[in-house]
Design a protein around this ligand. Structure first.
Ligand code: PRP
Length: 213
């Protein structure tokens, strides 16, 4: 259980599917927002714990707020961190939540592939690194969602996307072609806060570790 702390702590959480699991985890530590985050349009919430506040942001913005030290710590998907440019934070803990895989996928009934692949993704850096390591030349097509449509409609030969259950791939006549890496939620900690708020952050890491074993 998260105990007495001497310094205020700002925690940034990622919006969307993983938010409930993040709130459940914090509830296990005894940290609960003082109003229902799901029903509110607010973005920053006081908590039952007087010195803790929560921010709820898109994943990339969680990393940006922690990068700049506005949030001391954040919970964010590894998929976001793989794309993020900054490095003013540490990533001390794999929370083992929101587990899924970053995969290359393509049509089940695929025609022979061209020598230069057209790859659609929103995970540009991850895809670049993967194909560079493979030595495959690609043309990148940047999309922001609904990636599965790209091979179906002939926009791309392959996609690089997150696969959780695999249902979206199946529903669109696609299949995994290669695993790039496993993905899960990570705790990130601003580098300055790691020093200036060492006691509270050590305590947070310790209780989180106990609840994620
Ligand atoms: C993600 C991902 C896939 C889908 C995979 O999209 O991009 O489309 O989930 O999940 P599954 O393997 O369980 O079917 P999301 O729903 O987050 O929306 P998006 O397409 O807008 O990114």
């Amino acid at each position: 259980m998260f105990g007495e702390i001497d310094r205020p702590l700002v925690i940034a959480l990622s919006k969307g599917r993983p938010l409930l699991a993040q709130l459940d985890l914090l509830a296990k530590l005894g940290i609960t927002p003082s109003e229902d985050i799901g029903k509110s349009r607010k973005l920053v919430f006081p908590c039952n714990h007087p010195k803790v506040s929560l921010m709820v942001l898109r994943g990339h913005d969680v990393a940006t707020y922690v990068e700049h030290g506005i949030a001391d710590v954040g919970i964010v998907g590894k998929d976001v961190l793989l794309e993020f440019e900054g490095d003013n934070f540490y990533e001390p803990l794999d929370l083992k939540m929101a587990q899924c895989r970053m995969m290359v996928a393509g049509l089940v009934d695929e025609k022979p592939l061209p020598r230069r692949l057209r790859v659609a993704t929103k995970f540009i850096e991850t895809a670049k690194r993967f194909y560079a390591a493979e030595g495959t030349q690609i043309d990148m097509i940047k999309l922001t969602g609904g990636l599965e449509l790209a091979p179906v409609m002939g926009l791309a030969d392959r996609i690089v996307d997150i696969v959780e259950t695999g249902n979206t791939l199946i529903a669109n006549g696609l299949e995994p072609k290669a695993l790039i890496c496993d993905i899960s939620s990570r705790l990130i900690v601003n580098k300055v806060a790691f020093k200036t708020k060492q006691a509270v952050i050590d305590q947070l890491i310790q209780v989180l570790t106990e609840h994620t074993l």
